[in-house]
Write a protein that binds this ligand. Sequence first.
Ligand code: OOB
Length: 564
Amino acid sequence: MIRADLSSNLPRSPELQAILPSPDLRGDCPSWPPDVAEDYRQRGYWQRQTLGEWLAHQSQCFGTSTALVDRDRRWSYADLDRRVDRLATGFQSLGLMAGDRVVVQLPNSLEFFAVFFALTRLGALPILALPAHRQIEIQSFIEHAEAIAYVLPDRTWNFDYRQLARTIQTQCPSLQHVIVVGEAQEFCPLDRLDGDPKPFPDLDPEAVAFFQLSGGSTGVPKLIPRTHADYLYSVRVSAEICRLTPDSTYLVALPASHNFPLSSPGSLGTLAVGGKVVLARHPNPDEAFALIEQERVTITALVPPLVLAWLEAVETRDRDLSSLQVLQVGGAKLTPEVAGRITPTLGCQLQQVFGMGEGLVCYTRLDDDEETIHTTQGRPLSSADEIRVVDDDDRPVASGEVGHLLTRGPYTIRGYYRAPEQNRRDFTIDGFYRTGDRVCLTPSGNLIVEGRAKELINRAGEKVSAEEVESHLLAYPDIYNVAVVAMPDRFLGEGICAFLVRNSLPDRDIQTFDPVEIQALKQFLRDRGLADYKIPDRFEGLIALPHTGAGKVDKKFLRQQLLS
Ligand code: OOB
């Protein structure tokens, strides 16, 4: 059991907290206008329930059923709810209060769910980082949100997160608590956070509950504030669309904190109906196929490159995948050719999912015709989702034409956290989110994603800002100029190519980078703390960058060079 003396904070009384006004993030997080919010309430989209209350309710309904399976550990709904209560008390004894921001970077594990629900039950706000994030990302989340705590694992086979935490601690004055799952060394072990639950503060279901992360097109991190009410709405409807039942078993193969496996319908959608959630540490076919066979998994979600890996692996693995009914694919564009191979090879139905951390999620429906499922990315989950497809001047395009996708609705944010300038760019005056996707709308109301207008590289579903990678490469000695672009990649969908201009021009004919230089460049980026998935797949040397007539770097020309 943990006592208040473990805290570097003065203990703050939860009773006092309950009578204080709820933390007001409204200045930091643009919200829905009052009349729109009232409409969403009246129509029953937003309900008077927080994530914490929701979990307690699920525990009452499905107490002894298995909620979560993590290797040989199994928690029932009641186990989960109990652990969440005790952990929330432990967080309270550390001094964490409603409104405090906490970076959570955990692998797919029981602890991820315990921590997520314990913080939200307390009204503290998890920032859901990915296990792949490194110093650059974690530090910027902590600084941007003035987070006071960071929850991380001890290590994986090739990376020691505690070492990362040590570096972060020296850089981030706001950080007061480092909490480690596993061998904690000098930090606070998660296991010690425990205590008999006392009343938790009353929270407003329409207040921010946690932050998703946006694949921003600039280097600045964008935190997506999601409220209890908006998130639970999208979870409920997603579970319905995917026809989840208490007999459903969902395999979390992608990182559990990402919006797709968390809520579309993901783990939360499964818990919403009394189903079972199985956690894979890694989405590779060996681990995933074994779990599908052992736990009789009925539904899972993948990004397109993993679909290819699974399709190839089926031939050589002797596993019973017959329980699998639905394979959801999203995060990046699935080609109709690969879509067509899924049912014959894996024996399950395909559902395409086009969504974003900011809100809007589109699904092909399970009873759609084959053509729709293979060639479109589906339609919005709610009839209250508003969709506009517009030209560069925000005028609606003719029906069937390609244009920019704008959207607003009951679970799509009205602005990022503490980002007024970005918000002016990414949201229209009347509250539509500029998704950055170029789409066309079919006569049946389904969307086809044709590309992106924003300068973002979609590498196997991971969103990488070209500008961010460029800024780090420019810091390398002997690099004078750089342009980072997406390149077509059969497996990743898009790979990252860096065009580099050296300071010194050794020989006009030798512009290529040899393997030793490439290794050095990659190591340089890693040492700066950049996540691995942002490190370019290809490096090309140039004498100078090409420019457009308007004087901008001609990235279109560079992309074309990669095709020839
Ligand atoms: C999902 O969320 P994010 O926030 O990582 O990325 C959103 C972006 C979209 O704007 C789009 O550019 C791309 O990812 N995307 C797709 C896609 N699904 C997402 N592009 C083409 N086809 C698709 N099916 O990636 C996400 C969130 C919830 C559910 C599913 C995916």
